[in-house]
Design a protein around this ligand. Structure first.
Ligand code: C5P
Length: 309
């Protein structure tokens, strides 16, 4: 926490993106959601948030992305209002959000912003909230939001809100981020009805992550939403086909759609390979690509903006 030029107390923090290394849809639920089992991994692509105390009530959000509403349709505003209501907070906050994680890209940007806002505001407002209490609020905001309170590598079950940390070794990826936003409800709605049981489930992914086995991870990646997302978007099918063709030249160990898309992850061995593959894919596909690495769990701690890796 520090003071800005006008003597206001403010926090400057980062909100990381995630990828799904495994996403099994186990079936529909009476509440309209789907029962899933997903291995989530936080990666080094970040939104940035500055949060400042305001003595008067309201929550004022500003955002670098013109297409993103700043009222209650924004998960950050919703998170702040929910926290204020639940803890009877009288102070307000002004929040400015710099978006780097694409919207509707399957990288959890909005969910991450909301979770990090819960953590930062509970610090700024001196709430002393327990992580498990925040996780209940987070689950009201969205299925992926609780995960971002812990980050790192985790198995997410239920509709995604039941989070269990997993041991993992560092991994390197390229994020391929086409400029389209994909609707998660549409992708879930287009799932085939007969879902097949997975013999190995997420076991091999977990084993590969724990042991740092890149090749095993590459062959165990799975996302049940991928076929459905590809069936809805011709552009995604084109990117997927170029990725498959570029697999060898990129030295890719695995390829997968992240979440409901539109972003893909390319698993490679080492940071140099990641940078090389990112350059190559960016020029072949003419879409934004980023070399990223896995992030360890932050377990409720904030990631300050100044600590760049
Ligand atoms: O929880 P969240 O608001 O992120 O979910 C967005 C939509 O994605 C839901 O309204 C639902 O249609 C779909 N969804 C689902 N099963 C999940 C998670 C999301 O069907 N486990």
């Amino acid at each position: 926490m520090r003071e800005d030029g006008r003597g206001r107390v403010e926090l400057r923090v980062r909100a990381p993106a995630k990828v799904n290394l495994y996403l099994e849809v186990k079936g529909g639920r009476p509440d309209g959601y789907h029962e899933i089992s997903s291995v989530m991994q936080a990666v080094s692509l970040f939104d940035e948030m500055t949060l400042a105390l305001a003595d008067a009530g309201g929550i004022a959000l500003s955002c670098s992305h013109p297409a993103l509403p700043t009222d209650e349709r924004n998960l950050v505003t919703r998170a702040a209002l929910l926290l204020r209501r639940r803890y009877g907070v009288t102070q307000g906050a002004s929040i400015s959000l710099l978006k780097r994680v694409p919207l509707g890209g399957g990288l959890g940007g909005g969910s991450s912003d909301a979770a990090i806002a819960l953590l930062a505001l509970s610090q700024l407002w001196g709430l002393n909230a327990r992580l498990r209490e925040l996780a209940e609020l987070a689950a009201e905001l969205g299925s992926d939001v609780p995960y971002f309170l812990w980050g790192g590598t985790a198995l997410c079950e239920g509709r995604g809100e039941r989070v269990s940390p997993l041991p993992s070794q560092p991994m390197d990826y390229v994020l391929v981020m086409p400029p389209w936003s994909v609707s998660t409800p549409e992708v879930y709605a287009a799932l085939p009805t007969g879902l097949t049981e997975r013999a190995m489930g997420s076991k091999n992914v977990m084993r590969a992550l724990a042991g740092g086995d890149v090749d095993l991870l590459g062959t165990s990646l799975r996302n049940d939403l991928q076929e459905s997302a590809l069936s809805l978007h011709e552009g995604l099918r084109e990117v997927w086909s170029v990725l498959k063709e570029s697999r060898e030249v990129c030295h890719a160990r695995g390829l997968l759609l992240s979440g409901s898309g539109s972003s893909f992850l390319v698993l490679v061995r080492g940071r140099r390979e990641a940078r090389r593959a990112a350059d190559l894919l960016a020029s072949t596909l003419s879409v934004s690509c980023a070399a990223v690495h896995s992030l360890p769990a932050w377990d409720g701690r904030l990631l300050p903006l100044t600590l760049r890796r």
